[in-house]
Design a protein around this ligand. Structure first.
Ligand code: ZN
Length: 236
């Protein structure tokens, strides 16, 4: 299994309190719990040419993980289109937290990804609403995140093919926190936890979810071309 992690890598460089939580960047924290004998991990950031997401890299990626927040517009349209096409051909993708406004997310789901939010350091209780999903394997009925940004409904997304998690916040809101989609040959998972000011990716339950999601999103069928061929009738 080959995983590529794209992190815009801006907050960690600009804000001291974020750097304290993720001294090597969010991408390297994700890498630290994903890498194993079965999983090799490559990381790239917005500082790399073409965000590090060349055709060659995407062809060599089973699952792409995307964390971004303030730099969405700096991802070139060509790169976003390349990622979209790779998913349609069969690559898996996991969008984390504020990647709901990234270009590949909006292209693949055909919606704005807009949501309601506030930053109050609320506790989140993440409820497993699809216990048969492999993404929820190893979790109980719910788990709690002591500090998280509140992402709340309405969330402008298509109805998920499978909804795995609903988040409830101590400030009263709820949110569709774990959403599965299939687009073309590719599997897509959106997972809301991961605000940069809270140590969310250090939490074991969150790491379990992301590890499970990588396995779930692995390609089942991968095609080289997205063509639409004219064919001759088989009979008659
Ligand atoms: Zn955030």
């Amino acid at each position: 299994m080959k995983v590529t992690i794209f992190n815009e890598f801006i907050h960690e460089k600009e804000r001291e309190h974020v750097r304290k939580i993720y001294p090597d960047g969010i991408h390297n924290q994700l890498k630290s719990f994903l890498e194993s004998d079965d999983v090799t991990v490559r990381t790239c950031t917005q500082d790399d040419p073409e965000c590090g997401l060349t055709e060659e890299v995407l062809n060599d990626t089973d699952v792409l993980i995307w964390w971004a927040h303030v730099g969405h517009k700096h991802v070139a349209d060509e790169v976003a289109e390349r990622v979209q096409n790779a998913v349609l051909k069969g690559m898996g993708i996991i969008f984390l937290h504020s990647a709901h406004k990234s270009k590949p997310f909006m292209r693949l789901l055909g919606s704005t990804g807009n949501l309601s939010w506030h930053e109050s350091g609320a506790k989140e209780r993440v409820w497993v609403v699809d216990p048969s999903s492999p993404i929820a394997e190893g979790l109980g009925e719910y788990f709690e995140i002591p500090c998280e940004e509140t992402y709340a409904e309405p969330f402008d997304i298509p109805q998920p093919d499978r909804l795995v998690f609903i988040g409830w916040y101590s400030t009263g809101e709820v949110f569709r926190s774990g959403c599965c989609y299939i687009r073309g040959n590719g599997r897509i998972f959106y997972f809301q936890p991961g605000h940069e000011s809270c140590p969310v990716y250090h939490q074991p339950e969150v790491q379990t979810v992301i590890r499970n999601a990588v396995k779930w999103a692995a390609p089942v069928r991968r095609v080289d071309e997205l063509d639409c061929p004219h064919t001759d009738p088989l009979e008659g």
